[in-house]
Structures are given as C-alpha cells and as structure tokens.
Design a protein around this ligand. Structure first.
Ligand code: ADP
Ligand code: SF4
Length: 692
C-alpha cells in the first residue's frame, strides 16, 4: 500500500459499533426491493467483499404512509420484511463490514400511490411537484400531534426490526425533501406549536426521532442522522454563521454519526458534466467543527489522494461513496493492495440514477457486473476459465469491443482487437472532446490500460478489416463491434422517423467527428433526446457560432431528466445564448431556410441558418457482419465457429448498453447459459393477505 493511503484504513467508532476502515458506502438507491432480496444481498455483499467498511441499504420505508411506488423502494413495515434484509446483512457481515439501514419517511415527497394514505407533512406544503418521482395531485395533510407520535413509533418499530435483521447502524433521514427535512426548513414548516417557528422548535421532530431510536436500539446499533445542508447553509441566522450551523450545533452530539449531503438529487448526485469531484465541500465543510461525532459525506471521490486530503483537512472522518462503489466495488481493496491505478473510476454519467428512475435494478456504464452478481453470477474481479483454446477476434475498439476484449482476455483467451481508426475508443474519441464529457474517457482509458498490461492481447490500429481479412486471420470466435452511424432522418408529428434530409449543409454527429465544422448560424435538431444534441449545440456555441437548438420534446435533452442533468443543460444553453425551441419539428431546408412547425399545433416557423446538424436516428454499422454470416461455407472452411455482433453494431444505444453487450459476449464464450439469468422471488414468511 502507498503509505500515504494508510490513514484510510483506520477504524472509526460509531456509537457502540466500529467501522473497520474509513470507506463508507452511503445509502443509495439500487432499484432493489423485497421483490428481489437475493439480487440485493449479492449486490451489497460484493461491496463488502471489495473492502467497504460500512455498506448501507437504500431508502427503507418505515410505514405505508411512506410509499414511493411505482419507483422501487425497500420496506420494514412488518416482521414479514425482516428476512429479506437479514440476507443482505449476512452477505455484508461475511466480509467483516458493518451493515447500515437508511430508515426513511418520505413525508410530502411521496405520493403513496399504492397505500392511498394522504402524504404526511408539517404544514401541507407539497414538494418539488415537477420531478418525475414526486409529481402527483395528492396534496399532503398537515400532521397533528398524534401523527407525530405515530411516525416516531413507526421509526422505533422499524429500528427494532432492523436490529433483528442484523443491521449495525440505523438511520434517521432528514434530507432531500423527506419528512424530517420538511420540519427543518421554514418554507415547509409553518407550524405555530412547539414543532415550528424557532430553529430549536424546527429541529424538535428530528431530535425526537433520534432520541427514540437511540432508546430503542442505541445500546447495540450506531444511530446516524442523514441531513441535507445546502438550503440551510444559504440561510441567515442571528446567532450562528447560518441556519445549517444552528441545526448542527443544536443536535451536535445527539446522533452517533453525521451523514451530510446536498438537498436535491441533481446537486447531491451531480453529473460530471456539471459538477467536479468533491463539489459538496463548501456546503458541509463546517460540520466537524461543530460536533465531536464522526462525519461522513460524498463527492464522487475516486482518487485516494483526494480521500486522504478530505480526512487530513478535517472535512470528513469517513469517505462516503455511492457511485464510486458502483463503478468499482473493489476500490478500497485496490487502494489497500497498492493497485490504485486499476480502479475503474466512475465517469459521473448518472446512468445508475436513471436505472432507479426507470424502476429497475442499478446499471452502470463502467461496471457491467453491477446488479448481475446473483442473476448471472458475475463477479467484477474474477472470471470463469476459458472453455476452449479458441482465438478471439474483435473488430472495432469502441466501448463494446474494448470491454469484450478485456473480459475475454481476463478469462484467459487469446484476444485480438483491430480498429480502423488511429486510436482505440470508438465514439468516445469524438464525444470526450465535447463540453463536459472529458471524464467519460475513463471508459476507454481503464480498459485500454488493462489490455496493454496483458500478454494474451494484440491491439491493431489503422486496421480496417474486410470479410476476406477475417476469413484468413485464423481466429475461431469473431465479435463485430463496428458501432453505428447517425442518419439524416426527419421525424413526424406521430413520432415516426420520416424520410431523410439530403440537402447540402445538413450534417450528422459523424460528420462533426470526422472534422467538419458546420458554418454558422447552425440549427441543431435533436430527437435522440439524450446528451449528444445538447453538447454539440454547446460546443458549436463555444466555438463562436450562433446556435439554435430545436427538439420535438418538451425540454432540451429531454431524457437527461433521468440522469439529473436536465436543469443544468438548460442553464448551460442559456449561458451560451443558445436559442432553445421545444415541441418543434424540422420539416424541410431550402435556400438557407429551415422550415419548422409545432408538433402539437402545426403552427409554422422559419429559421435562417447556414447549416443543420441532425441528432436523431442511429442505425447499426452491420454490413461486415451481414457479409460474413451470408458466407457460412467460407466460415466453415476457415474454421470460424461463430460470428456475433455486439454493442451498437447489434443495437445502437448509450455507452452503458455497448459495454454490457461486450461483457456478455465475453462471459458467454463457450458458455451460452450466461445469456440467461436467474429470476429472484420475494421471501415470504407469513401467508399473503396480512393487514398492514
Ligand atoms: P460501440 O459503442 O458499440 O463500441 P463505437 O462506434 O464506439 O461502437 O466503436 C466502433 C469502432 O469500430 C470504431 O472505433 C470504428 O473505427 C471501428 N470500426 C468500424 N468498422 C471497422 C472495420 N471494418 N474494421 C476495424 N474497425 C472498424
Ligand atoms: Fe458512475 Fe455512471 Fe456508473 Fe453511475 S453509471 S456509477 S455515474 S459510471
């Protein structure tokens, strides 16, 4: 181990329990619930195996009045829910880590769509009604004193169940708009009783939750307070440096651990396009000066030196991570063994968050094995032995080809990757040159670095392969990873791709990647709806062009609401004076005039531009694959056992899909069972029909 990193492996006492080191996987959504307890246990257990000293759940609801459906959430509503959590605790304990449970009442920010209980709130104020998860028409009820007593009793009951399940640390949640937080903020708390008004009164509910939890389980479990401080830090207070200082001072030594964070998912879990590593520091840096209890916080930390600096400078005692632990569950172990340069660093794309918004188990661009530990038996650091001495040829060194090559080589196959370009990386080589996407280059760099260390790998650049080449090269398993191309397709009001716009000065991202600079003013027309249209518009504006961005969707880069990026996409475009036209179709381009119309009303519009970039329909580059599979006799003569297409060449998607496809290809070599997965089912101790 690098001696400078030793401090990260010191134990930290949290109330009656002790974390074996400073690596703390903070609570984070996983999309895993009581519906898939084995998937969840294997997922959390893998983090413990990778060296995280504390491994936490995501939000665990304490009562049906905290019901986030249809978004996935876990529960400890009654004793029926204990056994599935016990599975996770056992998996975490097996590797010597502590298990933490984030008990949670969502207050006004849950819609209780299934339980149909009116949401709870201090003063009837709804929360963030435009967010995909919180949108609903059920306004919250104002809690009376009996409701307050009920919530405290539910917290205690859930804490006792958590202790029975085996958890070592039990949370009170007062962040991110959830119930405890709503009491802290005067905008949400208009109460005139002892729970409202002064800061002391506004912290009373949270204090009572902590004290009751400590009374119930505090002799065996550490009791942690998770709190958002962003809004509070910005507020004036007559007696303290800010309201955040006041709240933390009032509760200073009440919890055994402070878990401090930002207020909303887009700022707390900021995408790398818009937030640097360690971006929380200015908000949370004061907490340790106010309390003697240990403090944990996050900041997309992937560099051990940054982690050490957080500890040495007295910002944090425990280095928290959600995303860094998803991208590389073995990050602590790699630091411990002096292998920090093998860390698969999170790229900050927030595809993991999008999985939660999608309502499915977590997925990660960098780590294809996440969520597949039990379903497919995939371990991020160990690989099944090769099933033959077949030589593997991968045509194309983009995200899919590099991942396929790395996993096949780690299994022990001899691997050749050939790419026609002058550097490996495929689409990443262009895209990482665009505003905010530099960190995404880690997808290429991590894999390329690892491949370059291996003796069973040959890498060839500037090697465009034809079917004839492949038939002659003497490999038995071929993966075609030749990517996809952007078309100039237009789009109809029924959202069907419609004809192509072949006029002069109409370009696609592929043209820009090959060096074309579209003459300004430029119209960027985006119905791909993810990041690329937006970043191309930003890039052209930064280069000095006047840019209009148009999309049939209601927002710029509409799908980025799933990745927490959307508010900042609009901010970035505004700052660059990009004219944003939503609900807009492009219908024609003649004589320098782009013909537009509103997708709902057909109201026409015109725009004078010198070029158009269409970011819309993308189709596979599969000609080479089709040629090869049509020559089955020649394949047989050349002793080629299989030709498969992977990544975008199979189905054009985001980078996460390409990496997963490459990984699955390599795991499945000589083992086709790896293409299927085990189906998890709930654990149920009592018969169904139990009243809650
Ligand atoms: P994916 O996301 O599926 O990995 P990319 O588009 O990022 O796809 O990468 C595809 C790669 O395939 C590019 O680097 C491209 O240069 C390479 N490529 C395409 N056709 C050939 C070919 N015939 N021979 C070698 N490389 C090719
Ligand atoms: Fe990081 Fe992206 Fe993986 Fe999330 S999906 S952990 S942001 S690399």
């Amino acid at each position: 181990m690098n001696p400078n990193h030793k401090i990260l492996f010191e134990p930290v006492k949290i109330g009656p329990v002790t974390a074996p080191n400073r690596f703390y996987q903070v609570p984070h959504a996983s999309g895993m619930t009581e519906a898939n307890p084995r998937v969840r246990a294997a997922f959390r257990g893998m983090k413990a195996e990778g060296g995280w000293g504390v491994v936490s759940t995501g939000a665990v609801s304490i009562h049906p009045s905290s019901d986030d459906s249809p978004l996935p959430f876990a529960r400890l509503w009654d004793d029926n829910d204990i056994a599935s959590h016990a599975l996770s605790c056992d998996a975490i304990h097996e590797h010597g880590a502590l298990a933490a449970v984030e008990l949670w009442h969502g207050g006004a920010s849950v819609m209780n769509r299934t339980s149909r209980i009116a949401p709870y709130s201090p003063s009837g104020i709804p929360w963030a009604a435009t967010h995909v998860g919180f949108m609903g028409q059920q306004r919250p009820k104002i809690m009376d004193k009996d409701d307050i007593k009920d919530v405290i009793a539910w917290q205690v009951a859930a804490a006792l169940r958590a202790q029975q399940a085996g958890f070592d640390i039990v949370y009170i949640y007062a962040g991110m708009g959830y119930l405890g937080y709503e009491y802290l903020l005067e905008e949400y708390n208009h109460r005139t009783d002892e729970y409202g008004g002064s800061v002391t009164n506004r912290t009373r509910f949270v204090r009572e939750l902590i004290e009751a939890t400590k009374d119930a389980v505090g002799d065996k479990c550490g009791v942690a307070l998770r709190i958002s401080l962003e809004e509070l830090r910005g507020k004036r207070n007559d007696n303290f440096a800010s309201e955040a200082h006041a709240v933390v001072s009032l509760l200073a030594d009440v919890p055994d651990l402070w878990d401090v964070k930002m207020d909303s998912s887009p700022t707390d879990c900021g995408a790398s396009r818009f937030r640097e590593e360690g971006a929380h520091e200015p908000t949370i840096d004061f907490v340790k000066s106010v309390t003697d209890k240990p403090v944990v916080g996050v900041g997309r930390f992937t560099s051990p030196d940054t982690m050490v600096s957080q500890v040495k400078r007295g910002i944090l005692d425990l280095v928290g991570a959600a995303r860094a632990s998803i991208a590389d569950p073995f990050l602590p172990e790699k630091i411990r063994t002096g292998d920090a340069d093998r860390i698969r660093e999170c790229i900050g794309c927030n595809i993991c968050i999008a999985s939660w918004h999608d309502g499915v188990p977590v997925r990660c661009t960098q780590n294809a094995t996440i969520g597949e530990e039990w379903r497919k038996g995939w371990h991020p650091e160990s690989f099944n032995k090769p099933g033959s001495d077949d030589r593997i040829l991968i045509v194309g060194g983009g995200p899919s080809g590099l991942e396929a090559g790395l996993v096949a080589a780690r299994r022990g196959y001899h691997v050749t990757i050939a790419d026609k370009a002058s550097s490996m990386g495929g689409r990443l080589n262009f895209e990482t040159s665009l505003p905010g996407l530099n960190a995404w280059g880690r997808v290429r760099d991590y894999r390329l670095y690892a491949l370059q260390q291996m003796g069973n790998v040959d890498l060839f650049l500037e090697s465009e392969l034809t079917a004839e080449d492949i038939l002659e090269l003497g490999h038995q398993q071929i993966a075609i990873a030749t990517g996809a191309y952007w078309t100039k397709s237009l789009y109809s009001a029924l959202e069907i791709p419609l004809g192509t716009l072949d006029s002069p000065n109409v370009f696609t991202p592929d043209d820009l990647a090959s060096g074309v600079v579209p003459p300004g003013p430029v119209l960027v027309y985006d119905f791909d709806n993810y990041y690329l249209g937006g970043v191309i518009a930003e890039s052209l504006a930064q280069q000095g062009s006047k840019v209009c961005y148009a999309t049939p969707a209601g927002h710029a880069s509409a799908w980025t609401i799933m990745t927490n990026e959307q508010p900042f996409v609009h901010q970035a475009m505004h700052e660059l004076s990009i004219d944003v036209k939503t609900q807009t179709l492009l219908t024609a381009y003649e004589n320098g005039l782009a013909q537009l119309e509103n997708i709902f009303t057909n109201a026409p519009d015109q725009l004078k531009v010198n070029s158009i970039v269409i970011v819309g329909l993308r189709l596979p580059n599969d000609a080479l694959y089709q040629t090869l599979v049509s020559r089955s006799d020649d394949l047989q003569k050349s002793d080629i056992a299989a030709v498969q297409r992977i990544g975008d060449c199979s189905a054009a998607g985001a980078i996460v899909h390409a990496v997963y496809s490459g990984h699955e290809f390599a795991r499945s070599l000589d083992n086709s069972e790896q293409k299927s997965y085990l189906r998890d089912i709930p654990i149920q101790l009592n018969p169904p029909g139990l009243a809650i």
